[in-house]
Design a protein around this ligand. Sequence first.
Ligand code: HEM
Ligand SMILES: CC(C)=CCC/C(C)=C/CC/C(C)=C/COP(=O)(O)OP(=O)(O)O
Length: 293
Amino acid sequence: MVVKTVVAYRNLIRDYILLTKPGIVVLVLITCLTGMYLAAKGFPSPWLVFWCLLGTGLASAGSAVLNQFFDRDIDAIMSRTKSRPLPSGSVSPLSALIFGSILLITSFYIMAVFINPVATFFTLTASFFYVVVYTLALKRRSPLATEIGGISGALPPVIGYTAVTGKLSIEPLILFLIMFVWQPPHFWVLAVKYAEDYKKAGVPTLPVVKGIFQTKVRTLFYTAMLFPLSLLPALYGMAGKVYFFTAFVLSFIYLILTLRFFFSKSSKGMFLFFYSIIYLALLFSMMVFDMTR
Ligand code: HEM
Ligand SMILES: CC(C)=CCC/C(C)=C/CC/C(C)=C/COP(=O)(O)OP(=O)(O)O
């Protein structure tokens, strides 16, 4: 009896953690911390780091929970998502709505009280774009949802940077641009693999609307754009030679893998998808490493 209750609680906690898309939260936090590091030109005040990472992490987590609350009908149709906590029935929609709202309200409170108005504004904007603009307004209507939704995903380093400086400048905009251009190819590789799934659920992703070939062309185009963009931090004095060299090699490998995906007859590019995540994590970590040396 006791063992059963403990297992039930453990499963419930696991489901609530899964609802927050924890893998994405980790990468969001790495990019946010990089923004803070570059702004402070070294390790910023530990309390600022603590509150800013907590606030940004809660915003990312809360937005992901609300995204799954609103998407629970289409998530139940797609094989990739049908075992998520909401479609599988292990968490009720009302509980998810309350949980996501509490996470978001706590995030905005922390950012407003412990950080500053500019970073709070960008946190609100990121959440608004993910939940309202991407999930509610665009995802079921247009393939442009991916690019416009990318505004949300590109804001975490801007939140980190402005948490330290309190104002916008060219450096956070460069980080924004890198992340903005990184997101569509990151997603389209998956969208190609699951094109049938998205079609069945009525989600007009690029492969569903324009076909696999057009999507592969655009994936290649965005990855090619990412190459020069990834070098900008070194050219603007935000990072040094070690970063420049690493970014060059990482972007070169990314381009080669994307070319392989482009010419491949298969629509499965899971290694490329995995590489996109490693790429961004290493790129941003290298900026911090080069600053700390
Ligand atoms: C337009 C924006 C984006 C789209 C459409 C998108 C889409 C996706 C999809 C569909 C998955 C697979 C999830 C699954 O298998 O259940 C995924 C995984 C992932 N994404 Fe993205 N993503 C976007 C932006 C971002 C951003 C901004 C980050 C972080 C900075 C990120 C980090 C990750 C990570 C770490 C994973 C693998 C871990 C996981 O599946 O939870 N993504 N993304
Ligand atoms: C601070 C803050 C709010 C940060 C959020 C950053 C972030 C990760 C944004 C990405 C948003 C996005 C459009 C995800 C799309 O996946 P989807 O939800 O359509 O994917 P799915 O099909 O797997 O559910």
